[in-house]
Write a protein that binds this ligand. Structure first.
Ligand code: IMP
Ligand code: MG
Length: 176
């Protein structure tokens, strides 16, 4: 296996756990009267956050996933997104909570929200573990946010750099 130095810690494992717990409490309270929630996780980056968050919700919930891919022209993302893997369950009439790992330009989340909204869910909210407020390009509503980040490339807790570092238990920074 290739060895690499561990990225320096930006958000510790215990800080993440505490924030996830607080988000789960807030979401559980907000959805108390709603009944069942359909959590839609965005692969691959959100897989760990979805696992930790959903196990702390005191709500009946279903969990499904989508995968998105970005059209790239050369190395630069164009902002265009498409659905590479769709949900298994219909969202019409359901209370949908989209769970993302990170909101950077906002294009990914904006695309997903528009796509799901067109399917007539009973309600649609968004939750992101992290966001980079300095890089937002589109106006997309975030109902729940874990942490605001500086404009750095972050890895760990699901987030990758070229598919590495996803399984780090904390969020760290890498030089790209
Ligand atoms: P968007 O720019 O908000 O559409 O984000 C696009 C995607 O880029 C996110 O879903 C992440 O997969 C990825 N991304 C953006 N910033 C980071 C980062 O700092 N670390 C890891 N992935 C990131
Ligand atoms: Mg993502």
């Amino acid at each position: 296996m290739r060895r690499s130095t561990a990225p320096p810690v930006l958000i510790s494992e215990s800080a993440i756990a505490a924030r996830v717990e607080a988000l789960a409490r807030e979401i559980s309270r907000d959805y108390e009267t709603v009944g069942e929630v359909l959590v839609v996780g965005v692969l691959r980056g959100a897989f760990i956050f979805v696992a930790d968050l959903t196990r702390r919700l005191s709500l009946p919930c279903r969990v499904d996933f989508v995968a998105l891919s970005h059209y790239e022209r050369g190395a630069a993302p164009t902002g265009a997104v498409r659905l590479a893997m769709d949900l298994r369950v219909p969202v019409a009439g359901r209370h949908v909570l989209v769970v993302e790992d990170i909101v950077d330009s906002g294009h990914t989340l904006a695309y997903l929200v528009a796509t799901l909204r067109a399917r007539n869910p009973a309600s649609l909210k968004t939750c992101a573990l992290t966001r980079k407020p300095g890089r937002l390009q589109v106006d997309v509503a975030l109902d729940y946010v874990g942490f605001d980040l500086p404009d750095r490339w972050v890895v760990g807790y699901g987030l990758d750099y070229e598919d590495r570092f996803r399984t780090l238990p904390y969020i760290g920074v890498v030089d790209t």
